[in-house]
Ligand binder design. Structure first.
Ligand code: ATP
Ligand code: PRP
Ligand code: MG
Length: 303
């Protein structure tokens, strides 16, 4: 059984969502950083095998509090949850106890204000004196204050979009990704309160000692993994004469590596591309004289 020790702990502890939208991508990203785990009997604690880095599987809402209480060192959580709970602390006069360390590029959504389809939206002033249902009362109140609007905030823990139909509210403020839930409830988004994605959250101050070193190692690997996530290595051969036509067609701003091919006058080229290479781009390169075109995913990169 893991100890609840704080300062004395010599293993890094990371909290991730047990199940839900962020659970699988968080594990995949940590695996890409070379971490693996032995799941313990209760399935809520995973003992790190390759490095002294353990996982805690929890509800996403609990992650900021676990960092604040130093029960875990880092966590993968939506910016929406982190910002709301940071705002709650501020509103009650407590100091910040966690912050965003890295944006992770998955779990994208936005916290948006939505009004019934039938409304002619003229601007935030239209919400004055209205009731707005949300699970993010702090972020909504901050937005209303910025916009100088006085409205009633109705706190609901879920199924927010149904509130106008039930007569509980006039408008809603909830997470939107595809927009399908709003549309199904005859609502339309009119303003964005917060752009969100999954983030790596940690304490306000850097970690110290062994856990600080482990966090540094993990961050370096994480940055490498994030950097290569969409990176492709494009490889092909061509004659030297074709280079002036080929180089402008490369789907990257990076200078390619050019090497002579043994026993001939052809060259081998390789170029790192920051995103997927399309069939059209490959076909254009082929027409300009490239042969043996190959696109490979990049698994790791260390500067
Ligand atoms: N369409 C979406 N709706 C809600 N959250 C989304 C959406 N797209 C991405 N997310 C992100 O995923 C996070 C987790 O969403 P999920 O629905 O799994 O949470 P949950 O139901 O609160 O889970 P838990 O059981 O851990 O409390 C959200 O806080 C948000 O950052
Ligand atoms: O824009 P969309 O793609 O439709 O996604 C938005 C919906 O997804 C989330 O709900 P979820 O499905 O997680 O249900 P819950 O919040 O009630 O758990 C969120 O609270 C919205 O209701
Ligand atoms: Mg939750």
């Amino acid at each position: 059984m893991p100890t609840n020790g704080r300062a004395e702990r010599e293993r890094l502890r990371i909290a991730i969502q047990k199940s839900g939208r962020l659970a699988e991508p968080a594990r995949t990203l940590l695996s890409a950083c070379g971490l693996d785990w032995r799941v313990q009997g209760d399935r809520l604690f995973c003992h790190g095998e390759s490095l002294p880095v353990d996982l805690l599987l929890v509800r996403d809402d609990d992650i900021p509090g676990l960092i604040a209480d130093q029960v875990c060192d880092l966590g993968f959580v939506g910016r929406n949850v982190l910002a709301e709970q940071d705002g709650e602390r501020r509103a009650s006069g407590q100091p910040s106890a966690f912050r965003e360390w890295r944006a992770l590029g998955f779990g994208a959504c936005r916290l948006a204000l939505a009004v019934p389809d039938g409304w002619q939206w003229t601007g935030p002033g239209q919400l004055a004196g209205r009731r707005i249902a949300t699970s993010y009362p702090v972020l909504l109140r901050e937005w209303l204050a910025r916009e100088g609007v006085d409205a009633d905030v109705v706190r609901l823990s879920g199924s927010v979009e149904i509130a106008p139909r039930l007569g509980q509210a006039d408008a809603v403020c909830d997470l939107v990704s595809s927009g399908a839930t709003l549309a199904a409830n005859q609502l339309k988004p009119v303003a964005t309160v917060l752009e969100s994605e999954a983030v790596l959250a940690g304490p306000v101050e850097p970690l110290e000692g062994v856990r600080g070193e482990l966090a540094g190692l993990l961050l370096r690997r994480l940055d490498g993994a994030l950097q290569v996530r969409n990176t492709r290595l494009l490889m092909f051969q061509a004659s030297r004469d074709a280079l002036p036509d080929l180089l402008p067609l490369l789907p990257t701003s990076q200078t390619p590596t050019v090497m002579p091919v043994e026993g001939g006058d052809r060259l081998a080229l390789q170029a790192l591309c920051g995103s997927a290479v399309t069939w059209q781009q490959l076909e254009a390169l082929k027409r300009a004289g490239a042969s043996g075109l190959m696109v490979l995913p990049v698994e790791g990169m260390l500067a």
